[in-house]
Design a protein around this ligand. Structure first.
Ligand SMILES: *Cc1c(COP(=O)(O)O)cnc(C)c1O
Length: 489
């Protein structure tokens, strides 16, 4: 066979990767039907289903030479993926920090993947990069940053926080021999990805100072100032303060204005992890809570939390974009055509190069719905949290502090019984029911339950159901003798 003949033959086989319009319509119809049935059945579906043996089958599924029908693949998705574990699409997902999954974002992902615009560099896709840069500018305005700000859309909050750490390191001009003297100020409530970011960025030796929190879990900025002075006197290098605008555990917002006074006084980098709470800046309450965020040097927001996007969307915004670019500076001969641009591209200000056109999944929902329903939904979550907090208190639960944002901490205090065990059992009963998924944490050594309200599908009836179920189950447990409780574990 000649080379040409072989190529003609290969082309026939290779072309199966490009379905024709009739086949595309067929695939599309099947996928759409699946999505429709998923969404229609959502209200009756539990928020939590325990893992089962069947899930393991996926690990043994052979990847075969021959094609499989779409129907069997959708069946696999249904029975092996979209049924078990947490159902993030459920209104009843009130654990950890709920994600979103706006339909318009899914359509954006679909279109982004079909055209596959190269969103890494402006030269390759000015449109895709402009959309992303426009969204970053919008977030910079939300944060109250000046014109010098810039940033990029990351895959999530952990990546965005890591990039912030690296940017702060380069901005301070820290050299390896100084790492052991560098000091980072956090609280016990700071998200663990900040510490991991320090490890990944090579700063494991740096000192992590946990500034105590007050009774509302907010950083004691007065103690921060004292600690910074002490560290300076001892010849250490106070470097970065990480404030939280909505801690994951308790939803509390650090006193950013007072912290900014300290960081400005001592010339420290102020990073605000607003992965959870940042988009509450779309509400008056959020703006009031987060006063001072406009004075920070960098901030992380998670569109896959507060903007209800599907997972895969974080964002880093830096007050001075040149510092972000400096931290990601690169030269490569094969990139010479792309690097003659005036505008920064995501590839100039992030560790990424080839990347998903992440902007469209955020752009499309914001444009299609307009900002108003986002503002209203976020305000609704804030008020739902306050409502849950009040109702749980009325129902006899011991509640944590009034929520700063949309996380409510509580536990049941049974008479003469071990409270930790009782509340673990209570959570167990809630999971057995499955309609509401909630997670737990430890506060001051105590096991606490929490409701995190952030799904765009969570409205009043879900919160009423959650509180009713909690009260009923707690009463049921309280009426049983303690010995029976122990068997239930
Ligand atoms: C969720 C969260 C993170 C981590 O973000 P991922 O997108 O899960 O990587 C970081 N900080 C805070 C405060 C968060 O709530």
């Amino acid at each position: 066979m000649s080379l040409r003949e072989e190529l003609v033959q290969l082309e026939q086989e290779a072309k199966r990767l490009e379905p024709g319009s009739a086949r595309r319509a067929e695939l599309h119809a099947a996928v759409e039907k699946y999505a429709e049935s998923f969404l229609e059945r959502l209200p009756e579906r539990p928020a939590w289903v325990p893992d089962e043996e069947v899930v393991q089958e996926l690990l043994e599924t052979p990847l075969e030479e021959e094609p499989a029908p779409i129907a069997s693949e959708l069946q696999t998705l249904k029975t092996h993926v979209d049924t078990h574990g947490i159902n993030p699409a459920s209104a009843g997902h009130l654990g950890y920090i709920p994600g979103g999954g706006l339909y318009a974002a899914a359509l954006g992902d679909y279109l982004a993947a079909v055209a596959n615009r190269y969103a890494g560099v402006h030269y390759a896709s000015p449109g895709a990069v402009n959309i992303e840069n426009r969204l970053v500018r919008w977030m910079a305005d939300l944060l109250g940053y000046p014109d010098t700000a810039g940033g990029y859309l990351a895959s999530g909050g952990s990546m965005a926080n890591l990039t912030a750490v690296v940017t702060a390191r380069e901005a301070a001009g820290l050299k390896a021999e100084q790492y052991a003297d560098a000091v980072v100020y956090v609280t016990e409530q700071t998200h663990h990805c900040v510490e991991r970011g320090l490890h990944v960025a090579g700063l494991t030796e740096a000192t992590l100072r946990h500034i105590p929190v007050g009774d509302r879990f907010r950083m004691r900025a007065d103690l921060l100032d004292e600690q910074v002075r002490l560290d300076s006197q001892q010849g250490l290098i106070p470097w970065m303060v990480v404030g939280s605008a909505g801690t994951t555990d308790t939803g509390s917002v650090d006193p950013l204005s007072v912290i900014a006074d300290v960081t400005e006084r001592h010339d420290l980098w102020l990073h605000v992890d607003a992965a959870y709470g940042g988009f509450f800046l779309l509400t008056a309450h959020g703006r009031q809570q987060m006063q001072g965020i406009e004075r920070s040097d960098s901030a992380v927001l998670n569109p896959h939390k507060g903007l209800f996007l599907p997972y895969g969307s974080g964002a880093l915004v830096v007050r001075d974009v040149d510092l972000l670019a400096k931290a990601h500076d690169y030269r490569a001969d094969y990139m010479q055509d792309a690097q003659s641009q005036r505008t920064y591209s995501p590839a100039d200000v992030s560790p990424e190069l080839s990347r998903h056109f992440r902007g469209l999944r955020m752009w499309l929902p914001l444009r299609l719905h307009g900002l108003r329903p986002f503002r209203k939904a976020l305000k609704e979550k804030l008020l739902l949290a306050r409502y849950a907090w009040e109702r749980l208190g009325d129902a006899g639960f011991e509640t944590g502090p009034e929520p700063d944002l949309s996380v409510v901490l509580f536990r049941y205090k049974p008479d003469g019984r071990d409270a930790d065990r009782f509340n673990q059992n209570l959570r167990e009963l809630m999971l057995q029911d499955g309609r509401i998924f909630l997670s737990s944490t430890r506060v001051n050594g105590n096991y606490m339950l929490r409701l995190a309200i952030l799904s765009f599908r969570t409205h009043l009836p879900t919160i009423d159901l959650a509180v009713d179920l909690l009260r009923e189950n707690a009463e049921r447990l309280a009426s049983q003798p303690a010995t029976v409780l122990q068997q239930e574990e």
